[in-house]
Ligand binder design. Structure first.
Ligand code: SAM
Length: 266
């Protein structure tokens, strides 16, 4: 997902909103599968934590409402403001609150299910966040997590050493938990959940320009050059070849996202 600085999202909400919409279109089928894994029924009470613009919360609300209820939470005042403004007509069964995932303002057993989509990657302590989700969901309810593993990102036809430096930098330095996608099963188990199911979604990038926008490859390349880990010359060649692949229509770039579902234990 994003290499954007989500701590500063309220300083440039327009760019953040545009980015979220582009990613959502790119990973639409993976998102849809993660929503399916919530096992929703009419009447289900759902928490969507770190909901951003609240579009997934709205999709879920349309599946469970009006007898059910969905609450979307996010740290960003701006994104929650947009979610509230867009969904006023659904307020009886869809609401949004500004809230930190580390400190959810709900009692134990408040929800039948909780979902998180590309939020844990931005946290220093994903385990604390997953423990909060398991706390607010009733025993027997579901927690679904969807997160990337930035080290799974590959591009082809270019210098593999430069690629490794750039991808390692994106995973380790541009995200707080950039490889959390591989840890989801362990995190759910540590939070006291059972019956864990894992699926992996593969995102094939349509072209280099899109991959650069989604993964901020150019920024990461500049940073590894500044850190002295890649020479200017090697970086320029790597970048020029990838751009040429778009002209020649031979770009290959992929990355994976993990979906994990588990049942909260009694
Ligand atoms: C990559 S976006 C994903 C947004 C949304 N889930 C989606 O699928 O479009 C990450 C979101 O996590 C939110 N976020 C980051 N840290 C958070 C925290 N500690 N508590 C709640 N939300 C947080 C950001 O404000 C941002 O909206």
């Amino acid at each position: 997902m994003s290499t954007r600085n989500w701590d500063a999202v309220d300083r440039n909400p327009e760019a953040a909103a545009q980015y979220l919409d582009v990613v959502s279109r790119a990973i639409g089928p993976i998102k849809a599968r993660s929503i399916e894994m919530l096992g929703l029924q009419p009447g289900t009470r759902v928490l969507e934590a770190g909901c951003g613009l609240g579009r997934d919360a709205e999709t879920i609300a349309d599946l469970v409402g009006p007898g059910g209820h969905v609450t979307g939470t996010d740290l960003s005042v701006e994104l929650i403001g947009r979610a509230l403004a867009r969904t006023a007509a659904k307020r009886d069964y869809l609401n949004f609150k500004v809230a930190d995932i580390y400190d959810l303002p709900f009692h134990a057993n408040s929800f039948d299910a909780a979902r998180v989509d590309r939020v844990l990657q931005h946290l220093d302590d994903p385990a604390a966040a997953v423990a909060q989700l398991a706390w607010v969901v009733r025993a027997g309810g579901r927690v679904v997590l969807l997160e990337p593993d930035w080290e799974s990102l590959v591009v082809g036809g270019v210098d593999a050493l430069v690629t490794r430096a750039v991808i390692g930098h994106i995973a380790d330095n541009r995200h707080r938990s950039g490889t959390v996608g591989r840890d989801l099963a362990a995190l759910l188990s540590d939070a006291g959940c059972h019956a864990i199911q894992i699926e992996v979604g593969n995102l094939v990038m349509p072209n280099f320009e899109t991959m650069d926008y989604l993964a901020s490859l150019g920024t990461a390349l500049r940073e590894v050059v500044e850190a002295g880990r890649v020479s200017e010359e090697a970086a320029e060649q790597w970048w020029a070849r990838l751009k040429q692949q778009d002209v020649d229509k031979c770009f290959f770039g992929t990355m994976t996202g993990t979906i994990a579902m588990a049942i909260v234990s009694g």
